[in-house]
Design a protein around this ligand. Sequence first.
Ligand code: ATP
Ligand code: MG
Length: 560
Amino acid sequence: MGLEIVSDDAPVVATNFIRNIVIKDLQSGKHQAIVTRFPPEPNGHLHIGHAKSICLNFGIAQEFGGKTHLRFDDTNPLKESDDHVQAIMEDVRWLGFEWDALLNASDYFDQLFDWALHLVERGKAYVDSQDAETIRTQRGTLTEPGIESPFRQRPVDENRDLFLRMRNGEFEDGAHVLRAKIDMSSPNMNLRDPVMYRILNVPHHRTGDKWHIYPMYDWAHGQSDAIEGITHSLCTLEFEDHRPLYEWFLENIPAPCQPRQIEFARGNLDFTVMSKRRLLQLVQEGHVAGWDDPRMPTLSGLRRRGYTPEAIRAFWSDMGISKQESIIEMGVLENAIRSDLNERAPRTMAVLDPLKVVLINYPEGETEWLEAAVHPQRPELGTRQVPLTREIWIERGDFMEDPPRKFFRLRPDGEVRLRNAFIVRCVEVVKGEAGEVIELRCEYDVDSRSGMPGANRKVKGTIHWVSAVHGVPAEVRLYDRLFTVANPLGEKERDFLEFLNPDSLQVIREAYVEPGVAAGEANGCYQFERLGYFTHDGIDSKPGRPVLNRTVTLRDVWRK
Ligand code: ATP
Ligand code: MG
């Protein structure tokens, strides 16, 4: 197991303060083994930020031979659903992790209730019958103490009776709450008699109609950790101020153990939003096609876009874990997928904006199968067969009738090399009635073919192409950033939706791809030479009608 990792000849693992705490706790014998948990609320799909927490929690347990629980923090039935539960499980597995136990905060509702009663009976919790707004105004501020509720001194028996009746469903929503009795003048606002339970007469996706009161996050979380024997409860920095409350609860109930809460900085990315509330708004208002829209920062969106779990894990591993808040440039995430796909993606050719080229000295009706490398840096991946015919497609942008001096692609009477084939010379430009170029007629140089004496003759440009006979029409979707500004939430007085990028999706209805790509599988990845990395859309791509998503461009086009 992982303790040897600290020795000199062990593999180098980038360390961080949490990992160091774990090592210390194992070496000192405080814990024989560690148990971590990933605790999503099933109120939306997971996003790339959650992946940081998943990689941390599962990764550290894996490294030290510990266990990780997937626990649904399902304490708010108003916002949660089983659909999200299913999607979250799929995403965690896709990222490459398997939980040792699948649990729910709702599994502990009975135990939580009993412990709340324990606090009530010891005068450490009381029923407040004021409305939420009044309670809020009494909380005070950072500089002023809060005001004690008139119900704070309610006798234990009365609290007990009311709390039982709250559970039994005798009251309307909002009629009462149960509050911990801690300190209304604490400098830490979280200790000013926090609400533990609220009345919600709504069914829960797992417990059905059984409950009429539901625990608040702070009351459910630490207790769930203790029930499960979590040793290190890793959460994001905004919970730092909640830690004294986390500890107060555990100290005041007969908890089976004392988990340790440790906070780390959230992962943030620019040019996107990452709170489920905002992502939900994008989905509900139709700004995107769903949680798995390839422009979304969700794991399902990234998967559909063509991101690999390996790239996401490598990305978070490179970013490290610390207490320093930061915003990572989208370009860094894009580099992670680029370098992963550069290794694994087979090379192929596709034409997105087709212009017909006729090779006038090439025999009609003939198909030749040219051999081309699947991956120039990885000969072990072998070769593929690229069909060549008299008529081919090239990229419209690779021809200019009257080009500037530094244009090294095709021009009238100019030469260019067709990738994997030979050199062609443009001998005639065919135009339509409006003067638009509709076809080029080219002559190919037989001597420049592979194996011929002129095979290495140099011309300035090489362009990609696809056989017009064998190329398969495909829909291609090009994605750009969802927002036009780095921080769409930065300008408080403006709605983040005002910064949506109107050009974040460009659909090309008729591109042409090599037949091997058309026959490829869902989520198979490709490099379209000179164009970027692409993948079959996992939902819309069908045999005979491929739909390909551009995962990322070949180079960072945003960095100037
Ligand atoms: P959101 O605001 O996006 O809904 P959340 O924290 O409310 O985020 P949860 O489902 O409660 O979402 O989060 C599950 C776990 O993932 C928590 O431990 C949380 O701290 C962690 N987490 C959420 N967002 C990030 C992030 N951006 N970086 C790292 N960890 C995160
Ligand atoms: Mg939350």
